[in-house]
Ligand binder design. Structure first.
Ligand code: FAD
Ligand code: SF4
Length: 402
């Protein structure tokens, strides 16, 4: 499987996808559930607070104590427990250590569910997503590793209905899960489990090609990449070598229009409506970050708990000055010469925010950028689209007045 001949992305026909250019291609509108798009689409009707209540029995808003301070619940959503963990025996070829794939496989082999919605890759292009309804552990295994492009995961919902299965696990990112939660009661399921990942800065297939060509020394051999907690992008190549590019060396001017408009206007980085979230950004390099949001999330985690090693969640350093300085730098598309970017990357890796403070750094940087994007491009949506917790986070910073 190679990445040399990307297929063109599915065209977004505005008639079919009511969110138009803000459509993240979550897949809902490829099914008969398009009938509910006005209430379900994350970009037409942001309703995280109501859906948090529906899903977890409490929301970020109901958990506020009356103090004006920004809380960890504002940042990370409703959660019962948080862990830093990794598999003792990692899955080869997984994005991190394969906790997500392991849970998906175990959920099938133990009979907890009868099917798993996950994303395999197109056989000609490893970065082109192909959502499937997996009925065997082998099919979940074959879906391991991120396809770092917009993926129509919900397009298989009709297949779920036709298959008649009653217990389902869905693996997905925030915009997919918001739409799923909005139509959940219409799916005829007895039990739905949701295993989410955080997600940010996703791209169309064409956008990914531009990103790789602008940023990597060998775009055609990249098999895997991640924006890491050491403030570098790690590109893994076919020969096993790892190329590290400092965030501060990114060609911001050329990359500004690469990210999908949906992702530039998203405030659900941490997948607030999943039962269990598995990411990395709140944990030290090499470790995964787990948020158990409710009892169903705990059931999912219990499936693999014995296979994990854990360590305490940490939070070190201070993000505030770096986020504030980054706002005008991004706005003006400043790019440092590579030697200076390397030095800055090394310094900030040594002395910069770690653990949960790194996660807050990333959330603050993306929410301030996205708030400005919505204010500039969709001012009429600003009031309804930006959730209250995101406003509280953004209000910690001084934004340009334009
Ligand atoms: P694996 O066992 O390798 O499984 C990966 C799973 O991801 C598979 O089950 C597959 O079905 C699913 N998947 C693959 N591509 C997609 C897609 N395009 N849409 C939906 N599901 C998909 N974590 C952070 O902490 N911070 C981030 O900024 C962040 N950004 C992400 C952006 C994207 C587009 C994605 C897909 C994930 C992101 N994550 C982020 C999550 C992180 O990269 C890992 O996916 C997660 O930690 C799980 O690792 P794993 O080894 O357990 O996954
Ligand atoms: Fe439809 Fe999903 Fe696109 Fe919204 S994001 S228009 S629900 S496909």
């Amino acid at each position: 499987m190679g990445s040399r001949s990307p297929r063109p992305a599915r065209p977004i026909r505005s008639g079919r996808y009511p969110a138009k250019e803000l459509c993240s291609q979550c897949g809902l509108c490829d099914t008969r559930y398009v009938a509910h798009v006005k209430e379900a689409c994350a970009f037409l009707d942001q309703q995280l607070t109501q859906l948090e209540e529906q899903t977890h029995g409490r929301s970020r808003e109901s958990l506020r104590s009356g103090s004006l301070a920004v809380t960890d619940t504002d940042y990370f959503g409703v959660y019962e427990a948080m862990y830093t963990a990794r598999k003792r025996d990692p899955i080869p070829g997984a994005q991190w250590t394969g906790i997500v794939s392991s849970i998906g496989m175990k959920a099938l082999t133990t009979g907890l569910v009868e099917g798993v919605v996950c994303v395999q890759a197109d056989e000609r292009d490893r970065f082109q997503p192909r959502p499937i309804l997996a009925r065997t552990p082998e099919a979940v295994w074959a879906a391991r590793v991120n396809k770092p492009t917009l993926s129509p995961n919900l397009s298989v919902l009709e297949q779920v209905e036709q298959s008649g299965l009653k217990r389902l696990l869905v693996i997905g990112v925030g915009c997919q899960i918001q739409a799923l939660r909005a139509v959940e009661k219409k799916l005829g399921l007895e039990k739905l489990y949701v295993l989410g990942t955080p997600c940010v800065d996703n791209v169309s297939r064409a956008g990914l090609q531009k990103f790789l060509e602008t940023t990597s020394r060998s775009p055609q051999t990249v098999v895997h990449y991640e924006f890491m907690q050491d403030f570098h992008i790690h590109f893994k190549h076919e020969d096993g070598s790892v190329e590290k590019v400092p965030f501060f060396g990114l060609k911001t001017k050329e990359l500004k229009d690469v990210f999908a408009p949906s992702c530039l206007s998203c405030f659900d980085y941490v997948n607030a409506l999943a039962d269990l979230v598995v990411g990395y950004m709140g944990s030290p390099l090499g470790w995964q970050w787990l948020l158990v949001r409710n009892q169903r999330g705990q059931e999912l985690l219990d499936l693999v708990w014995e296979e994990l090693e854990t360590q305490p969640v940490i939070s070190q350093g201070s993000r505030r000055a770096a986020v504030q300085q980054g706002i005008p730098a991004y706005d003006q598309a400043l790019t440092l010469p590579m030697w200076l970017a390397q030095i800055m990357g090394a310094v900030i890796e040594r002395f910069g925010p770690r653990g949960l403070e790194y996660a807050r750094f990333s959330i603050d940087s993306h929410f301030t950028r996205n708030y400005l994007y919505v204010r500039r491009h969709y001012p009429h949506k600003l009031e309804q689209h930006v959730p209250p917790f995101a406003r509280r986070i953004v209000e910690q910073y001084q934004l340009p007045q334009d």
